[in-house]
Design a protein around this ligand. Structure first.
Ligand code: ZN
Length: 156
């Protein structure tokens, strides 16, 4: 499946802060097969920093052929990292990227508590959609995610 360009992506937010300062570092990736159809699944992850400060670790999961129905899951763990920090300093925010019938990709914040990542040890709190949308957090989150899309280059 080809990726299409992300510039026309529909967001939950129409205005996204321009933040070209974010620096994305690609980390690992794994592959597998979808339980339902056997198509190739991929999971890729990386980090986003603002200057020297790491802000986010992210994971994108998708299966070839499922971008229009299930979609791709983007989970970001966001907060303070490094020495002296703990899971209490970080939150999980989860999004779904889904191709719409007209081919436009859309990205939606979902309840992070439903994600397997919510049971991990990196973030103490999994934010619900309502805790993100309509708050200053949302604009910041989408700016980060735009940086991830622009700079990761491995998606779909
Ligand atoms: Zn499948």
């Amino acid at each position: 499946m080809e990726s299409g360009h992300q510039t026309a992506m529909v967001h939950d937010m129409h205005e996204v802060a321009q933040s070209p300062r974010f620096r994305v570092e690609r980390m690992g990736e794994t592959g597998g097969h979808c339980d339902c159809c056997g198509n190739a699944s991929r999971r890729v992850w990386g980090t986003v920093s603002d200057g020297e400060e790491m802000l986010v670790a992210y994971w994108m999961n998708w299966t070839v052929g499922h971008l229009a129905d299930i979609g791709a899951n983007l989970d970001i763990i966001w907060g303070r990292w490094g020495e002296g920090t703990s899971a209490d300093d970080r939150v999980l925010v989860s999004m779904v990227h889904r191709e719409q019938p007209d081919g436009t990709p859309a990205l939606m914040v979902i309840d992070a508590g439903d994600r397997p990542e919510a049971k991990g040890e990196l973030a103490e709190t999994a934010l619900n959609r309502a805790e993100v949308i309509g708050t200053p957090l949302a604009a910041h989150a989408f700016a980060l995610v735009d940086g991830i899309y622009e700079q990761d280059g491995r998606f779909f």
